[in-house]
Design a protein around this ligand. Sequence first.
Ligand code: NAP
Length: 470
Amino acid sequence: MSRDKKQSKDTPRKLIHEEQAIEDAVNVAIKEAEDMESIAYLSRGEGSEEPIPLGVVPDLSVLPKKMRAWVIRKERHGEPMKSFKEEIMPVPDIGPNEVLVLVMAAGINYNGVWAGLGQPLSVLDVHKESYHIAGSDASGIVWKVGSNVKSWKPGDEVILHCNIESETHTTRTETPYDFISYDPMASRGQRIWGYETPDGSFAQFTKVQAQQVLPKPEHLTWEEAASYGLCYFTAYRMLITQAQLQPSEVVLVWGAAGGLGVFAIQICKMVGADAIAVVSSDDKAELCMELGAKGVINRKDFPHLMFKHGETEGERAKRLEDMKRFGQAIWKILGERRNPNVVFEHVGEATFPTSVFVCSRFGRVVICAGTSGYDCEFDVRHLWMHQKRIIGSHFANALECIRANELVRKGIIKPVLSHTYSYHEIPDVHQIMYENKHSGKMAVLVQASQTGLKNTEEARGAAKSVQARA
Ligand code: NAP
């Protein structure tokens, strides 16, 4: 994050100029030192023990033993500024079906916040390693492939999806029902890379299964390409596969300017469905309309809408009143007394009773998270009397990721990158997310030296121009 440069009214103008000059000189000195480090590293060549300098894309033969990474450890669980710490870590070894990727840029997701907090559980207890490198989205360059991998080769420019399949899927099933249409999401070994596994993308190198690798859309920058996978592929499975969204249906999208929401709106538009976006500020409302929402509701206009456990009779009565007003706000946008066929849920506890209430007869509430809490309470009469369905959904399988990624490659679905930060700002950017101060998606640069670069050649060119200046 840029430092606060606000000056007091009383600070003399001369002093401000001097301070600025000193800061500029320090920044130039730091940059020059980094450039010298890059030149020195590259001239040492292959087999170096030490990490590649940040912002440098060396020759494919260069594979150091060590890398820079942001690491969460059990004793540091807490808010992002406390839980993430930079460490020098070994570059991961890969197995026969795996791929090692040089991370050019990484996407920020809420699961990094959960991993740092150690809530609702410590992910280190899940994967049982003593370290956790978070990060479930990345763009990068294939650096090394396992002996069985035929689909990718070193040098390929790629993005990564975060679903790890069980390699022993077929042998670990206990009943024929375990196969459930052979969807890898049904496999007991299914894991989310960078959350339930320890080697995610907030590092210079990451390792993934070959099936996690997808072609990078050529028209996108490294940071744009790193930003969309986890949220977009999740929204795709929720709406297309699970809710079976149809043209002309109405979809209520909670948190519509957030990571999941911005893609839910675009998917609705693509299918010919009307998205009603719910947000908490005017800026976010504007973004949703730009993305193609039919209308926007500001949840701040319904101060009693959010469910809280232990509410009093009076609070409950006010909430029910706000729930009805909220339903009417939907009708107003639609210009008719019509309820949403699909409710796109991830907020959980706070909004779930409203979601079930406003959903139409035979409608679907599709849910993938409980950001406000998991213990959802609702009036079940609204569900059974109008034969509504609640559908759980979790990330996406490889086929869904491939199909969804093709829509990005064709320019039909677009990343919504609100801001790109530096590698050094990984804790800060998670803190911003934790405090709900962002919209759309955020990314960080890792080996890309600057924003706006789209491929390896451009990345190397940018590094060379830096060296030429040095
Ligand atoms: P995000 O970018 O932070 O967006 C979430 C949005 O939810 C916020 O913009 C906020 O919008 C809204 N929100 C937050 N608290 C709320 C509350 N109490 N009531 C109503 N709205 C609230 O996060 P995201 O990337 O979209 O992810 C959302 C959740 O889904 C996270 O818990 C994440 O871990 C989870 N997730 C799960 C999967 C999966 O595969 N299962 C995949 C992706 C994400 P307003 O303030 O504007 O209303």
